[in-house]
Design a binder for this molecule. Sequence first.
Ligand code: IMP
Ligand code: MG
Length: 173
Amino acid sequence: MKVLIDQEQISSRVISLGRELANEYQHRPLTIIGILAGSVVLLADLIRAIDVPHQVGLIQASSYRGKTTTAGALHVNLDFMPDIKGRHVLLVDDIFDTGKTMQTVLAQIRELQPLSLKSAVLLWKEEASEVELTPDFHCFKIPNHFVVGYGLDFNNEYRHLPFIASLEGTDLV
Ligand code: IMP
Ligand code: MG
């Protein structure tokens, strides 16, 4: 495993994004929605870095993907979606890879007619994008490698690592 982004780099970037978002949403009713399970580490740190009042909610999106890359049909579960009537929504995910998850979830939330809708991700694999859309806010752009840590998993392992690392051959078995 090779560390790409260490704990300190993540922490200072999340704090600066928090400030940016606090400016953006000052005096506007904000709800931050995290996508389970990859966003939970970022969500926990980011909401504490956004020094304006806001509500927090969670939804689930699972893509029944294979071991590392191939994504199947995306299943979005809005059962725990809070009421966003009259509110601005910021959707938070761990990574913008092909962008299909973000695109699908944004479309479903848009139907609920929030006052505005934007997206924020920890990582953006710009070269991997398969959609027109780009994330409104991101912490780091990374090359098209499979990474884990800080919420990101491989077969549900490694989410707890406090840094972002790329997996090497022997980690993938
Ligand atoms: P997308 O729909 O292709 O943008 O994929 C988004 C989802 O795929 C993320 O929420 C992650 O769960 C997963 N994903 C994509 N790339 C990686 C990676 O490098 N490591 C771990 N999970 C990834
Ligand atoms: Mg995920």
